[in-house]
Design a protein around this ligand. Structure first.
Ligand SMILES: [Zn+2]
Length: 117
């Protein structure tokens, strides 16, 4: 089973996606230009952050209290990040990481490379 499929198998994941990502009702997201040498991953991002476990050690559901909403169209900058995907990221707060040069600029999550500008 791939990492992406594991994330989507979390309890409540499918319901969460459908309730928070009515992509056909939202204007498309158009990212700005990236700095030279950087590219986007093409994989769709479903949410940001990995829910923890409850007091009994059971996996918590994916919902608006346990993960962060990600606007449809936001993607990950190619690179080697601590988390393989935003759905597994453990960075929930703190400063972003700014990538910039004369060609472009983007603010990313240092835990997973997600465009969070
Ligand atoms: Zn992240």
């Amino acid at each position: 089973m791939s990492t992406a499929n594991s994330a989507l198998a979390l309890p409540g994941a499918q319901e969460h996606i459908h309730s928070l990502l009515p992509a056909d009702q939202l204007p498309p997201y158009e990212p700005g230009p990236l700095p030279q040498g950087y590219t986007w991953r093409e994989e769709k991002v479903y949410w940001h952050g990995h829910p923890g476990t409850d007091d009994q050690g059971n996996q918590e559901e994916v919902n608006s209290f346990t993960v962060d909403f990600v606007y449809p169209g936001r993607r990950v900058v190619q690179g080697t990040w601590p988390a393989s995907r935003p759905e597994f990221c453990e960075v929930f707060s703190g400063p972003g990481q700014r990538l910039a040069d004369s060609q472009g600029e983007v603010l990313i999550c240092p835990g997973c490379g997600l465009d969070c500008g």
